[in-house]
Structures are given as C-alpha cells and as structure tokens.
Design a protein around this ligand. Structure first.
Ligand code: GLC
Length: 753
C-alpha cells in the first residue's frame, strides 16, 4: 500500500513540476508574443523613446505640475524611463500620462539607487558582506524591495558587483570585497532578494548588476580611472560575479565608466555582446551609467555624440542614462543606413521584455497606501541583526570586550558617536537622520539610568583638526570606568568619487586616541568607516578594536549589544586590510612568485626601513603581510578546528570530494563562526593563487559544543582558464584547508586524477 501512495506522490510531484515549468514557459512565450506584437506597431520615434532614461529629481503635487517640456515627450512616447522620479504619487502622475495619453501606452520604468536599503538603511554593502550570511543578505534585499516598491520604484541600480583590492577607491564601500567567489554568492542572493520569485509581484523590483565591468580595478584607486585587465583575470575575477548575477536572473546590468584595455566599458562589444549575450545568453537589458555614453568623447574613443551613440548602442548598451546621444542621433543613423533598424529593434525588445515581466503593462500604477510599510519593526530588526553580524572584532587584548553591564560609568567619545548621517554611509538618499539610532542614544537606552554615560565628541567631525574638545573628552574618560571611542570616516568621505591617497583616520582622531589612552582607562575603539583604514600607530594604545563599517539605521543598538556582550561579534573581513597604503594592492588570493617573502620578513616595523634581509618579494619598511587578512575576525568565543577529513585522497576530473572538519567552541560563550574552505592548485599550466575561497558556512556553536562542518568540493570547482582561455581541470596535487580565515585552519591534500 505504501508503494502505491509513494508512486501517487511521485506522479503528483512530477505533474506539478511540469505544470509549473509549463506555466513559466507559457508566461515566457506570452511575454515574447506581446513584445513582438507591440514592437511591430511602434514607429522609429517610439522605439528610440524606449532607449531614453531621464533624471527627474522632483516631486509633483498634481498632474498640473508636469512641465510642458516633459508633457510632450511623455505623450509622444519619447521617454522610456526615469531615475529619481520622486514619490509614488509623482510616479503615478507621470505614468498616467505615458500610459493614457500616448499612442501605444507603453509604461515608464522607474529606477533608483536602492543600494543598501531604502528607508530602512542596512550596513553599507562591504559591511553587510562582512556577515558572510547569504540568507540574511537576501532577506535585507527583500526588505529593500518591499520598501522601494511601496514608493513606486520598479528597478534598483544594485547589486554593485565590482571586485576591488584597493581601499583607496571610495566605492569599495559598495562592494562585497576582494573575492569573486564571495561576491558571486552574495550578489546572487541580492538579485534573489530584490526580484523574488516573479518580477510581476508588485513588491519586487528588478535588479541591475553594476558596474559592468572592471570598474574596481581603477589605477591608483582613483575613481573612473583606467583599467588594464588581462583576459584571464577579467573573466575569473571581474566578470565572474556578473555571470553569477545573470545566472540568478538579474533583469538588467549597468555599463561602467571606466575603460577596459583601451576600450570604454560603455562601448565595449567584447564584454557587452560577445561575453554577455554571446556566451551567457543574457536576455535583459543594459543601461549606461550616468552620462557614460557621452563620456566616450572625453575618453578619446569617440569624436562626437553621434559616434558615441553609434559605438555605445552597437556595442550593446540598450538604454542611455541622462545623456541624450541616442535620442539625438539614432534616428538619422537609421535613416541614412549607418545603423540597421534591427539593432534598434533588438534593444527595444530587451527593454519591453523586462517591462512586461515587471507586469507594468497590466498594472502600471502603484498603490499609494503601501508607504506605511516603511521602517516596519520587522525591517528594523533585520537591519539591527545585519549590523550586528557585520561588525568585525579586530583586536581584543586581555578580553577588554565585552564590557560588563555592571560598570558605574562609561565615557562615549568621538565624532561618530552621535552622527546619524555619517553612520548611514554612502548612497542613502532615502534614509532619514531622524530614523537613525546612534551609538550614544543606544548605549544610554541599553544601560538605563543606573549607569552614567558621559558624552564628549572630542572632535566635531572626522576631519576636524580643532582639539579644543579634547579636554572635555579626557575629563570624561578620567571619570569613567571604561571609554568607548567612536571614530572613522564621515559619510561624505566614502562612495563615488571619494578616493583617498592616505588611509589613516582623518583629522586629529589619532591624537584624540592618544590623549584618551593616557588616562590609563580601558579604551575600546569602534571604527565606522566606508573602507579599510590603516591604524598601526594607534592599535597598541587601545584594548580593543571593533570595525563597524557604516552600520546604517540600527547601528547603535547593534553595537551596544556587541559591546556589552549580549551577542558576540561574528563579522569576517571580505577585504584585506593593508598595514599602510603603500602595500596596495594586498589581497589573499595572490600568486606565489618565484621569490615569495619568508618569515624573515615578518615583524618589520611600519615605516622604519631596516637593513635588507634577503632577495625576496618584501619591503624594507613594513611587514609584507596585511594588517588583517581576508576572512579574519575575532569572537568572544574560542573556536578550535580539528580532524580535517577527506572522502578520498584522489578524485576524478568529474568527481566530488567531501571534506569536513570539527569545530569546538572552547569557551563558555555561544557565538557564530564562519568556517571557510580554501584550496590551492600547487602546479598548473598557468600559475594559480596560493589560496582560493571555495566555500563557507556560518554556524552557531553553544559553549563546549563540537560541530562538524562539511563541504562538497566538485572537481569542476577547480577549473581555471588555460593558456587557450578555455576552462580546464588539470590533474595534480591540491592543498585544502578549512579554517576561520584565509590563513589559518586544518590542512590536507588530495589529487585530481
Ligand atoms: C552614478 C553611479 C551609479 C548610479 C548612477 C545613478 O554615477 O556610478 O552607480 O547607479 O549614477 O545614480
């Protein structure tokens, strides 16, 4: 009888799967049919209109507020999209004109930079990435979509998928760090979070993988600067996260400002057509970055706007953000035969396809009552959880942290202790300072009236050089049992075009630390910044360093819970921290070279050139290793790794290696650990990095608990691009390691046959 039931169950499951698949297939066919139908009715003007994205940056009170210079293009179908189109009512007003007063009623698609939350602001992306919590990152993106869509937004210009190994670059704040594997996993999670199961769900928004591609490799860490990236690195490092996002169903991509190997990314047929469409089969559309089509003139790649339009459009950028070369020149080029109309049809098809998938033709207007979902307590709870899991404990001498809640008084000092705008970080146009819970307010609330919280900013802003506030800060420190210093970078030092040639704490913050440290009280430095900073000179002056990035709306409560031990810090660095800016680029997945530096070169004091020690790849005036390695982060617990176990010591080229290790929590504190799996291909037909992240798992261990963490490593995960630029799995010896970061752990080795 049981067999009968299981057979019926099997049949039902198969039938359901088939129907679902068929459903999706029918949906696709329906969309393709509707796109073709519509396309066949469109005039040249209407087709070109779909390729135009305008910036609005205004809020309209009523239809009467729509300026004539906007009204006519909308009625003529000459605009396909807006970015920054105000509130949901404004968007509905414009949409009604586009849909009800134009010949074909093609709806507008509204884009916005919802980079790390909308009204509920999450930690900046490099902070969120420090959680290594894929599910939580997806959840945060889902919340961002719920809030943004309630405001009438259809499409976010996120996830940013750029890889960078250069903290001088201000946009490191928006990345998931230095590693393509971690960025691919987290980027795909964001795409899923934004887009949900169906773009037609009005609480989802279309994702936009950006900036396609190589933007984070800017020379000198200077934004918009030149990138020279050999094809193997371009594919294995910079393109990989975009491929993962496309595989996850990303609806759109955004082309970048930079040039790649002498050709601007926004006019690069190799990346935009050969790779993106030819190899990956991407069927969404590509939008340019702000003015990046017209900027190909400044690049010296186009003589004028007409050539910029031609090169951008034929390379594969379907929609032009803000500059107007397409609307000014495509018509003439099609009429004089320079540009074939089929190229225009293909671009418009992609744009219409996404508009249909978004359901904009069936329901172009958004419910204006949903805005009360913003800042929902559940959203704030997730923002606090992610801020908590994003903070990385870098130093904790003699268990300075956690502080006891029983202390009588605590000094809260520093320019970032009570600065709502700064703790939200870059790209927070829709966050509001009145929503932000700062560390000062949160610590007061957390400790209650029985504990004296003595506040002294010490410095007004992170760049302040005026030390007149130091006396009050030192006085507060003297009167307190412990000192919490909130330091770092103010918001405007982070993000686009915010690059720095020095990575020290700005202003007189180091002097503030020294002055406060002289009191002899336990001092904890909590750093809120948009990038890795260098602080070798002060790290021995404080008992603990907690790196909070820019933690967003709920940064205060999150940090209070960590500082007072309600939860242990569990963040792990998604990017290496240099000891000094002169080391850049410094990253874990480096090559071994023919003369790797040795232990003899460790411990060299920063800035003091010593006698040369040997002829290896090292510095005379700094220890060649990073200050903190990729994957690093301390905990209040103590985790011990042991018993690496391999399912075999050899696998075939199509085999799978099961690898596991034991983790023991040797402390009396429950905490999360992020176990990381690294491999090294010792010898290959092209040199390979000394380590590559191939897996990670975040797991909770109670005091004394022993858990086994396991990974299935497929031989195909070891593939790389050979001399012929084709993926290859080569036989040979591999090292494998499971550990707490990119340098430590339990090791083993295996062979690929
Ligand atoms: C900016 C940024 C891009 C952003 C776009 C729209 O210049 O490069 O990341 O999405 O313009 O704001």
């Amino acid at each position: 009888m049981r067999i009968v039931f299981s057979l019926i169950a099997l049949w039902l499951a198969a039938a359901l799967a088939l129907t679902a698949g068929a459903g999706r297939c029918a949906e696709t066919q329906d969309v393709e049919h509707r796109v073709s139908q519509l396309l066949s009715q469109m005039t040249l003007e209407e087709k070109i209109g779909q390729t135009a994205q305008r910036n609005l940056g205004a809020v309209l009170a009523s239809p009467g507020d729509v300026a004539p210079e906007l009204l006519n293009p909308l009625r003529e179908g000459a605009i396909g999209s807006f970015l920054n189109a105000g509130d949901v009512r404004t968007k509905n007003i414009l949409q009604r004109i586009a849909v009800e007063q134009s010949r074909l009623g093609i709806p507008l698609i509204y884009g916005r930079d919802v980079i790390h939350g909308y009204r509920t602001v999450f930690p900046i992306p490099v902070g969120g990435a420090s959680s290594w919590n894929t599910a939580l990152i997806e959840r945060a993106a889902r919340i961002a979509a719920i809030e943004a869509s309630a405001s009438g937004i259809h499409w976010t210009f996120a996830p940013m998928l750029d890889i960078t190994r250069d903290p001088r670059w201000g946009r490191v704040a928006e990345t998931c760090g230095e590693d393509p594997y971690l960025t691919s996993i987290l980027g795909a999670a964001k795409v899923r979070g934004f887009q949900g199961r169906s773009l037609a769900d009005p609480t989802t928004i279309a994702a936009c993988g950006k900036h396609y591609v190589g933007y984070g490799a800017a020379e000198g860490g200077r934004d918009y600067n030149t990138t020279i990236i050999p094809e193997r690195q371009l594919r294995e490092i910079y393109l990989a996260p975009f491929h993962a996002a496309v595989e996850a169903g990303a609806a759109t991509l955004m082309s970048a400002f930079n040039e790649i190997n002498d050709v601007p990314a926004s006019g690069n047929a190799f990346t935009l057509t050969r790779v993106l469409r030819g190899e990956w089969g991407f069927d969404g559309f590509v939008v340019s970055d702000w003015n990046s089509i017209a900027e190909m003139i400044a690049h010296g790649y186009c003589a004028d706007e007409k050539e910029a339009a031609f090169k951008g459009f034929t390379a594969g950028v379907d929609m032009e953000m803000v500059s107007t070369t397409y609307e000014n020149h495509l018509m003439a080029m099609i009429r004089d035969g320079t540009l074939d109309e089929s190229v225009l049809d293909e671009a418009v098809r992609r744009i219409l396809r996404i508009k249909f998938r978004l359901g904009l033709f069936d329901s172009p207007y958004r419910d204006e009552s949903r805005v009360d979902i913003l800042l929902h307590p559940d959203h704030l709870a997730v923002a606090e959880e992610l801020a908590m899991q994003s903070a990385v404990l870098l130093e904790n001498r003699n268990n300075t942290l956690p502080l006891s809640r029983g202390l009588e008084s605590v000094a809260v000092i520093g320019p970032l202790a009570d600065s709502p705008v700064d703790q939200m970080g870059t790209w927070t146009m829709d966050g509001r300072i009145e929503d932000v819970r700062t560390p000062l307010a949160a610590i007061k609330a957390y400790l209650g009236p029985s504990v004296d919280v003595l506040y002294a900013p010490g410095l007004e802003k992170s760049r302040s050089m005026d030390r007149s506030g130091f006396a009050a800060a030192v006085d507060a420190a003297r009167r307190a049992d412990a000192v919490l210093l909130f330091l770092g970078e103010e918001q405007i030092l982070s993000g686009e075009a915010k690059c720095r040639a020095f990575l020290d704490l700005p202003g007189a913050q180091e002097a503030l630390i020294e002055s406060v440290a002289e009191t002899g009280k336990p001092v904890i430095a909590v750093i809120l910044a948009g990038r890795p900073l260098t602080f070798e000179s002060i790290k021995d002056k404080v008992g603990a360093i907690l790196y909070a990035w820019h933690p967003g709306t709920m940064g205060g409560p999150a940090l209070a819970k960590l500082i007072f031990g309600e939860e242990s810090p569990s963040g792990r660095l998604p990017i290496s921290f240099p000891r000094t800016v002169g080391q850049i680029p410094v990253y874990y997945a480096h090559k071994n070279t023919g003369r790797p530096p040795s232990e003899r070169n460790l411990g060299i004091p920063t800035g003091t050139p010593l006698d040369p020690r040997d002829f290896t790849s090292n510095y005379l005036d700094v220890d060649f290793t990073p200050a903190y390695v990729f994957g690093y982060g301390l905990s209040y617990a103590e985790f011990e790794y042991s018993d690496l176990t391999l399912s075999s010591n050899e696998i075939a080229a199509d085999g799978v290696l099961k690898v596991s290790a034991k983790i023991t929590n040797r402390s009396d504190v429950a905490a999360d650990e992020v176990a990381q799996l690294y491999v090294r291909d010792l010898v290959a037909s092209v040199t390979r990095p000394v380590a590559e992240l191939k897996g990670f798992s975040r797991l909770r261990l109670e005091p004394g608990e022993i858990r086994t963490v396991s990974f299935d490593l497929r031989a195909q995960d070891l593939a790389f691009l050979g001399m012929d630029m084709q993926p290859v799995i080569e036989p040979g010896l591999f090292h494998i390691r499971i550990g707490p970061n990119s340098r430590e752990g339990v090791r083993g080795e295996f062979r690929v046959r």
